[in-house]
Ligand binder design. Sequence first.
Ligand code: SF4
Length: 299
Amino acid sequence: MKYTSASEFFKQRYGTKVYRLSLSSGCSCPNRDGTISTGGCTFCSEGGSGDFASKGDDIRKQIEDAKKKVDAKFPKNIGINERKYIAYFQSYSNTYGDADRLKKLYMDAFHEPGIVALSIGTRPDCFNDEIYEMISELVVQGDVYIELGLQTIHEKSAKAINRGYELSVFDKTYQRLKQIGAIVIVHVILGLPDETVDEMLETVDYLARLTPRLDGIKLQLLHVLKGTELGRRFMDNPFKVFTLEEYCYVVGECLKRLPKEIVIHRITGDGPKKLLIAPLWSADKKRVLNTMNQYIQKL
Ligand code: SF4
């Protein structure tokens, strides 16, 4: 079975290999600062689900530092001035803040050499008219990917993970973002302890049927991490996590349900190894991806 991976999609769209630079906007998250709750989503680590990001107030310096981390991955025949990157604001909620400050930050990032797109990770409840206006102005500069952390469509699971907003909020934000020309990617977690496989697939079915069509999806294996509520729960009373074989099956079923035009930005996850409690097999990312790709090819 063939699916469109992010690297293939980026290569087609930008004409070359593109790497993401993990950056920080300095935003917090309403699910951590007390606006919605202080505990955050039960799976979220201290780093706000972005433990690899460069940090600091100076975006130019952050970009320089982040480039150093990925430059070795470029093929040797791609010269320094030909390298293309996506400025990726991953941790916390990167539309949760003053729209003028964020507009300057994101415009500055767009104007740095080699940056072909912005990718902004956030929650669907962190939007207002000023933020939509800011995004409308950004999309004129180039591609703007907005990554929405949905995880599940099921309200009981959303409550169990302390997500803090309802599905209707996602629906409204999704429609507005598509209207203003953002490229929308949705994050789904596979393996939440209170969900059945059928429920996980219902989430994917829902996203597959969205109109206008969804642009991209990240299928993420649940990582149980130290320092999280889920980690504490697991240590007190270990719950069932997927084996690699089970995970391959579930991802395969997800891919069968998604139209080919939806770009698959991720089929597993990037949990920091030093924090990982379970499933431990996920630490060997190379083996995991090889096994998964072999499985998917045979479908
Ligand atoms: S919305 Fe994101 S940053 Fe905020 S608590 Fe949940 S996972 Fe963490």
